[in-house]
Design a protein. Structure first.
Length: 329
């Protein structure tokens, strides 16, 4: 495992990390969380991603209980939370959004659920147009100065909004964002590759990226190539929207191209999940690829992706581009 700088910060994050969206508190209970996190940690993963909204706080509770059982040295790993949609079933107006009040209260609640003293990374899960940028940057700066958070960042913010946050921080001598958490995989490229291009410069924001859904929720694992296995994400209650997406014309065309990509993986003597994750790792502006898994076997399989990166020659990358031409956004 290699460790990459989180943007221009001094924090070293493992190139592969592990997240708990959908899985923890749903498909994955505390014991399975312990096993999955241990498999990832033993492979060198040092970053575990979470959010207040994941299974309405349950994901953080499960991760906290798992961390307690695992009893790792606290300074050997990084944990995150994200704030925006709240952790309640029907949040009241003060229980969501990026107001200073919710930033601070949600942080305290995430810390309590995870049974830790501080969060290493804290993300604004989406932009909140109803809160002035100065209030957000000031709120995050205050959390850092109070020792509750070490680095703050954004998730799926436009380049213009990240640039604005950076400018506000510089103007008022506050702490600028360190990283964004954008979606990035073979079919979803533009934000990371084009929109954010100017933000990576260390003389500017020096943005780090903790990218999500490297397998497009499983599509790029090849698991849907021959139909829908019973125990997959698209069959979970509450994820009917994902099944609809999979059945859409666009995703069926993507699925057809995954069948062709699987042959590329075969020719390289590797597997489709490894190829898809390695493709994300190939981009030097990606600080870490957050993997997800509902089983230990998936964690161990996905960790093998680091070995495939050297096989991704210009020729192989071109083959992938040719196969997915017109299907990526
Ligand atoms: P992926 O796209 O990699 O999907 C992971 C899912 O794919 C697994 O839960 C599993 O689902 C299936 N899978 C994983 N590995 C394999 C394998 N080797 N073979 C077959 N199937 C496999 O990542 P996620 O969508 O889970 O996203 C990763 C993390 O990113 C999240 O946990 C979260 O931390 C973060 N995230 C952040 C977002 C944001 O807005 N900031 C949004 C979404 C995610 P199953 O077995 O159930 O089919």
């Amino acid at each position: 495992m290699e460790y990459r700088r989180l943007g221009k910060s001094g924090l070293k994050v493992s190139e592969l990390s592990f997240g708990s969206w959908v899985t923890f508190g749903n498909q994955v209970d505390i014991d399975l969380a312990v096993d999955c996190m241990a498999a990832a940690y033993d492979a060198g993963v040092n970053f575990f991603d979470n959010a207040e909204v994941y299974n309405k706080g349950k994901s953080e509770t499960v991760m906290g209980a798992a961390l307690k059982k695992l009893n790792w040295e606290r300074d050997s790993y990084i944990i995150s939370s994200k704030v925006m949609w709240g952790s309640k079933e029907n949040p009241k107006p003060t229980q969501m959004g990026l107001s200073r009040k919710h930033l601070v209260e949600a942080c305290d609640q995430a810390i309590a659920r995870m049974g830790c003293e501080y969060l290493d990374l804290y993300f604004c899960h989406r932009p909140d147009p109803e809160v002035p940028m100065e209030e957000i940057v000031r709120g995050m700066t205050e959390l850092i100065l109070r020792g509750k958070v070490f680095y703050w960042g954004t998730s799926e913010w436009s380049a213009a909004s990240i640039q604005e946050a950076y400018a506000v921080a510089r103007q008022y001598d506050l702490i600028p964002p360190t990283m964004d958490q954008p979606q990035y995989h073979i079919f979803h490229r533009n934000r990371v590759e084009k929109e954010y291009a100017s933000l990576y410069n260390v003389d500017n924001v020096g943005l780090g990226t903790t990218i999500w859904s490297p397998l497009a929720s499983g599509l790029l694992s090849g698991k849907y190539n021959d139909g829908i296995p019973d125990d997959s994400r698209v069959n979970l209650p509450g994820y009917e929207w994902l099944k609809e997406m999979l059945m859409s014309e666009q995703w069926q065309s993507r699925l057809e191209s995954v069948r062709q990509l699987s042959k590329v993986a075969d020719d390289l003597g590797t597997t489709m999940p490894r190829l898809a994750i390695a493709w994300c790792l190939k981009n030097p502006n990606v600080s870490t690829v957050i993997t997800g898994a509902s089983k230990v076997s998936q964690v161990t399989e996905n960790m093998e992706a680091i070995k495939v990166v050297p096989q991704l020659t210009d020729d192989v990358m071109k083959k992938i581009d040719d196969i997915t031409k017109g299907l990526a956004e």
